[in-house]
Design a protein around this ligand. Structure first.
Ligand code: NAD
Ligand code: AHE
Ligand code: ZN
Ligand code: ZN
Length: 369
């Protein structure tokens, strides 16, 4: 079939709106109508050319709200009309990762999905016979896409897809990192570096965990208003701090924060985020994605004295079994999504969503098909 899609022909070039060919679903796959898709910083990261796994041409997008159109052979748990959120981390239910309660990183199809192919090593999108890569197994910047059944969370059809699409990445990642990865306890002091969709959602998670004090840190002071509305208690612009931000935060909090979260993808900030935590028990969680060749460093002593460095992907959430509960919590008013959607636009305007993100003017733009 034909579908309108935003094609990334090469890195660092604007997306191009094209009519592409989409091949139907094969064994274990599902054809989806994409109703809405959020735009995440990771899409911009891959488009920048800094992603070592970025393959071009591709169709980006991984924060989708979708409806099942057609199921391929062997699909047992979904039917046309079901509402679903695509998962860049699937849940096969059988691999050793799915069997472990310690991780959500199902590896059943990782080797193909992260390099732009379907699990069987082929592709579904093309233009004039030229194949186009999938992205993170999702490719939601297209009217129609094909996703494996094991990478689809079936959700309550009452949920508005133009809002719960944010649970396909940003909001779940931020909340889950706090609740599942760091496991913040009531009364804790928490520092969140970077107040985009991820950092603001980490603030939501910290409020859910009943943190006592939540420090919101960003170079763009315009982000503080939303951080405050979501429950942050202290606001720090590093540009207004003389000297080291980690020392400043350790002084402000009498020794350091209990938990910190890096939601930017900057390895220098990752170091600050670790070093602003309290000696003896501080835990810092890396969420931001850093470019090819970047490495983190700190004095090993900072770990010897009891700090812990962790990382989190999709908030540690096992998508098929746990994401539907996030949707229900949104419907019950326990998760904020509406405020985070600062802009909506048709697919034709998708490059504006990237501009707004780079200019620091949006939290989340949602593409409505
Ligand atoms: P965003 O662009 O919306 O927000 C980033 C924020 O960081 C902005 O407000 C910006 O002003 C701020 N910032 C930039 N440099 C800063 C600095 N030096 N100090 C303080 N603040 C600074 O991005 P987002 O969509 O929220 O994504 C954030 C990061 O999380 C990205 O790296 C993204 O790739 C990554 N991410 C990771 C996962 C995961 O599962 N680990 C999931 C989603 C996104
Ligand atoms: N391709 C990058 C890594 C990108 C990355 O870390 N992706 C996150 C999700 S970001 C969503 O916005 C993730 O979940 N990764 C898990 C995995 O298995 O890759 C690189 O550096 O190679
Ligand atoms: Zn994302
Ligand atoms: Zn698995």
């Amino acid at each position: 079939m034909k579908a309108r899609a935003a094609v990334a022909w090469e890195a660092q070039k604007p997306l191009s709106i094209e009519e592409v060919d989409v091949e139907g679903p094969r064994e274990g796959e599902v054809l989806l109508q994409v109703v809405a898709s959020g735009v995440c910083h990771t899409d911009a990261f891959t488009l920048s050319g800094d992603d070592p796994e970025g393959a071009f041409p591709c169709i980006l997008g991984h924060e989708g709200g979708c409806i099942v159109v057609e199921c391929g052979p062997g699909v047992k748990t979904l039917k046309p009309g079901d509402h679903v959120i695509p998962l860049y981390i699937p849940e096969c239910g059988h691999c050793e990762y799915c069997a472990s309660p310690k991780t959500n990183l199902c590896q059943s199809i990782a080797s193909t999905v992260w390099t732009g192919y379907m699990p069987d090593g082929t592709r579904r999108f093309s233009k004039n016979g030229k194949p186009i890569f999938h992205y993170m197994g999702c490719s939601t910047f297209a009217e129609y896409t094909v996703v494996p059944e094991i990478a689809l969370a079936k959700i309550n059809p009452a949920a508005p897809l133009d809002k719960v699409c944010l649970l396909g990445c940003g909001v779940t990642t931020g909340i889950g990192a706090v609740l599942n990865t760091a496991r913040v306890e009531p009364g804790s002091t928490v520092a969140v570096f970077g107040l985009g969709g991820i950092g603001l959602s980490a603030i939501q998670g910290a409020v859910m965990a009943k943190a006592g004090r939540i420090l919101a840190i960003d170079l763009n002071s315009d982000k503080f208003e939303m951080a405050k509305a979501l429950g942050a208690t202290d606001f720090i612009n590093p540009r207004e701090v003389n000297g080291s931000i980690s020392e400043y935060i350790r002084d402000l909090t009498k020794g350091g924060v209990d938990y910190s979260f890096e939601c930017i993808g900057n390895v220098n900030v990752m170091r600050d985020a670790l070093e602003c935590t309290h000696m003896g028990w501080g835990v810092s969680t890396v969420i931001g994605v850093a470019g090819a060749g970047k490495e983190i460093c700190t004095r090993p002593f900072n770990l010897v004295v009891g700090r812990t460095w962790k990382g989190s992907a999709f908030g540690g959430v096992k998508g098929r079994s746990q994401l539907p509960g996030y949707v229900d919590n949104y419907l019950a008013g326990k998760i904020e999504l509406d405020k985070l959607v600062t802009h909506t636009m048709p697919l034709e305007d998708i490059n504006r969503a990237f501009d707004l993100m780079h200019e620091g003017k949006s939290i989340r733009s949602v593409i409505i098909f």
